[in-house]
Design a protein around this ligand. Sequence first.
Ligand code: SF4
Length: 230
Amino acid sequence: MTKGYILTKSKYIRGLQCEKAMYLDVYKPKLAYYPPEILAKFRQGRVFEKTFKETFPTGIDISAQLRYRMEDYPILTADLLKKPGEVAIFEAGFLFNEVLVLADVVHKHTDGTVDIYEVKNSNTVSDTFRNDVGIQYYVIQHALPSIQPGDLFCNGLTLKHFYLLYNDGNDGFVKEDLLAHAQAECQSIEHRVNHFKQVLTEDEPELDMSEHCDTPYECPYKRYCKRLKK
Ligand code: SF4
């Protein structure tokens, strides 16, 4: 494994459902199969996210510049956040404890406070979304204070709000601040991260298929695991 990270947000979320699926995501991702209806849902989600990002007309999309150079996302993000004044960044990268997360929208205000938005095309706030915000918070709250904007006499940037931005049912936006929830979960997230990193140093986990293969999502490795059972 290269690049300074072994886990990402999506692999962490996968690990919460199944450690074997997380392992496959890291070492054998080509085995994943996503049916057409799931791929269509991903596309709808990207459209909803893009519509929200358009509410920040001067936003800078890091993914458009760096594409798949994932190791460079945190570097460019920090450079942009160090610049004076307000800035909105899309797909902002942060790295801590070998976990890389990309935040959908990071909005730095002139006073050095930062709001973050995780965008989901859903009408409800699920536990998975809370976990999604939780792992981002775990990484970002460690990474932010080391970023010192040149125009501020302060101890680095301060995270003020961590919003989950979701669909009101009519393609409008509803936001809920999950910062307090993420703060309360931080210690258990660190334990899980360290456990998952350990799992990834070992052989592929042997796990039987069960209800967890469909909860909260249908696992993309079901075909592979079914073949193993034969
Ligand atoms: S199919 Fe089930 S056991 Fe196999 S990787 Fe997916 S969740 Fe884990």
